[in-house]
Design a protein around this ligand. Sequence first.
Ligand code: ZN
Length: 67
Amino acid sequence: MSCSRCQGLMVREFVVDLHVSPTGGRAWRCVSCGHLVDPVIVSNRKRYQQAVRLSKRSKRHLDLVAA
Ligand SMILES: [Zn+2]
């Protein structure tokens, strides 16, 4: 697995999670730049991107209705 930021080597890492997490604290960290990826971060990023996409689609729809 390579880093999405710098293409460096990603290694598995155990992250201390103060909340009970379904991921069990497993994550990936880039040895070059320190970029951390865990399933919770990926899930939150996908939800944010989906919300932005829906927001843009709604704005486009409103623009078409107003025209
Ligand atoms: Zn990196």
